[in-house]
Each structure stands twice: as structure tokens, then as C-alpha cells.
Design a protein around this ligand. Structure first.
Ligand SMILES: Nc1ncnc2c1ncn2[C@@H]1O[C@H](COP(=O)(O)OP(=O)(O)OP(=O)(O)O)[C@@H](O)[C@H]1O
Length: 258
């Protein structure tokens, strides 16, 4: 399963004004794996992800991609490497159809006109590659989709661009049981297709159902990054709430044990 990380951060510090939010954070994500990023409200998960996506500049630290040290100075740099973030609000346009949403801002043109056929074909291929069969027509407006279907479209949009790392910010937070199961299956499939997936989640059932590794942030420090198969629910809850787990023998800090 494990190979070299596709994305690796070392010694990341980030402050907003006088408040330091991330302290010396190390974080690695691997191709073909789901890494769950967990932590209490305000632990720094979104800030870390925004540093990865080039939205927030890091104050200090190193960013490696595919083994090379890189400088990510904006979202375009991250996207060019193949790092995509699917935010909780999904940023989909209700009044546009699925194809239009998937190509929003990156439309394909044939001469001066939009190449609708190619875009529809690429959208269909991407959804088929993810075994998505829940969407009836690619030309239906996103406003007519269920929460799970919208999540699916947002994820498919992220993987359309030859992405290598996909970061999902609480993709099941607003979903019911059946739709959660569908989205988790999709998350697993992304990793099985070779992508590195980062899943931000507060739901321990989701985390244990789908992740290969768990990275726990506590007050802006990486309390531990461990293999899911080697920890229990209660150890992760301890890491989230106390920054340490006695049984794991890990103290707060960059204790990457796996
Ligand atoms: N732009 C900002 N300016 C100032 N402080 C910020 C900014 N963004 C985040 N913070 C602060 O950084 C800390 C970490 O926030 P962050 O949103 O990264 O946590 P989180 O783990 O994603 O939390 P949640 O689970 O509630 O989304 C919080 O104390 C928050 O108030």
C-alpha cells in the first residue's frame, strides 16, 4: 500500500496577526490512500488545507510535491501540480447544468464557441470512471440534485483535471445515511484509482470506514499521524481532545508514527 508521499509538508508555521494557528506542522499524504485529517473545532484543519491549496501563504516550512521542493504562491500553483480542494459550500452554480459546472472557469472552446460535445463527453467519462450512476442527465441543473449528488458533481469536477491530490472538506456533513454511504464509496474509489485523498471529518465512523491513515491536529500542532488499522476510536478521540494518547505513547508534537 505505502509508497513515497506525493505531498509532504514539514515545519509549517502560520499566524494570523498575533495569533499563531499552526505550529511546526508535518503532514504527508500518499497516493492510493485516504488520509483523514481530524481535530476539534479551531484546531487548524482548514488553515492547513488552505496553506496546501496556496490560499494562505505559509510563514515558514517546506512543501514537497512528488519528492521535489516546491513554492506554492497561490491557488493556481497548487492546481497546476494537481492539488484540488472541494470545499463544504461546493461552489456549484445552481442555475447551470452538471457539465457547465464541471467546466466552470475552464471551459473548452472550439474556435470562439464552446465545445459542448467534448465537454459533455469528458464529464460523462469522468463520472463513469468513478462509477457514478446516480445522476440521470448531465444536462440537468444542479439545483435539481440531492445533497449527495451535488457532492458527487463537486468531486468529479475536482478529478476532471488530472488531479493527484484531492482534499475534501467534510463531504458528508450535510448528508443522510444512504447518501453518506454513497459519498464514502466514492471517496474510497478515488483512492483506489491512485489518487491521494485527504478527508477532513468530525465523524469517527466515516474516518474509520474509509481512511488508511489519520492525522490528528490539536491546537495547531500535529498530535500524531498514524495508520488507521493500528488505532482505536478512543485513541483518536484522546488525540483530538487532549493532543496525546497514553496508550499510543505519543506526545503532542510532530509524532509521525507511521
Ligand atoms: N483568516 C483568519 N484570520 C484570523 N484567524 C483565523 C483565520 N482563519 C482561521 N483563523 C483562526 O485559526 C484557528 C484555526 O481555525 P481553522 O478554521 O483552521 O480550524 P478548523 O480545525 O478547520 O476548525 P473547524 O473544524 O471548526 O472548521 C481558529 O482559532 C480561527 O479563529
Amino acid at each position: 500500500m505505502s509508497q513515497a508521499p506525493v505531498l509532504e509538508l514539514r515545519g509549517i508555521d502560520k499566524s494570523f496577526g498575533p495569533v499563531q494557528v499552526l505550529h511546526d506542522v508535518a503532514f504527508s499524504v500518499y497516493p492510493g490512500e485516504v488520509t483523514a485529517l481530524v481535530g476539534d473545532n479551531g484546531a487548524g484543519k482548514s488553515t492547513l488545507v488552505k496553506c496546501i491549496g496556496g490560499i494562505h501563504p505559509m510563514d515558514s516550512g517546506e512543501y514537497f510535491f512528488a519528492g521535489e521542493k516546491v513554492h506554492v504562491s497561490g491557488p493556481r500553483d497548487a492546481a497546476a501540480m494537481g492539488v484540488e480542494i472541494v470545499y463544504q459550500d461546493l461552489a456549484l452554480c445552481d442555475n447551470l447544468d452538471i457539465v457547465q459546472n464541471m467546466f466552470l472557469g475552464r471551459e473548452r472552446k472550439s474556435g470562439l464557441v464552446l465545445d459542448e460535445d467534448t465537454m459533455e463527453e469528458m464529464a460523462a467519462k469522468t463520472l463513469a470512471g468513478l462509477s457514478v450512476r446516480t445522476v440521470k442527465s448531465l444536462r440537468q441543473h444542479v439545483s435539481s440534485l440531492s445533497g449527495g449528488q451535488r457532492q458527487t458533481v463537486a468531486i468529479a469536477k475536482a478529478v476532471l483535471w488530472n488531479s493527484k491530490v484531492v482534499i475534501l472538506d467534510e463531504p458528508t456533513a450535510a448528508l443522510g445515511v444512504a447518501q453518506t454511504a454513497q459519498v464514502l464509496e466514492l471517496v474510497r474509489r478515488l483512492a483506489d484509482n491512485g489518487l491521494a485523498v485527504v478527508l477532513i471529518s468530525h465523524n469517527m465512523n466515516d474516518v474509520f470506514a474509509v481512511s488508511d491513515r489519520i492525522a490528528a491536529l490539536y491546537l495547531g500542532r500535529m498530535a500524531a499521524q498514524v495508520k488507521t488499522s493500528e488505532v482505536t476510536h478512543s485513541q483518536i478521540v484522546e488525540l483530538i481532545t487532549a493532543g496525546r494518547s497514553g496508550e499510543l505513547g505519543l506526545a503532542t508534537g510532530n509524532g509521525a508514527s507511521a
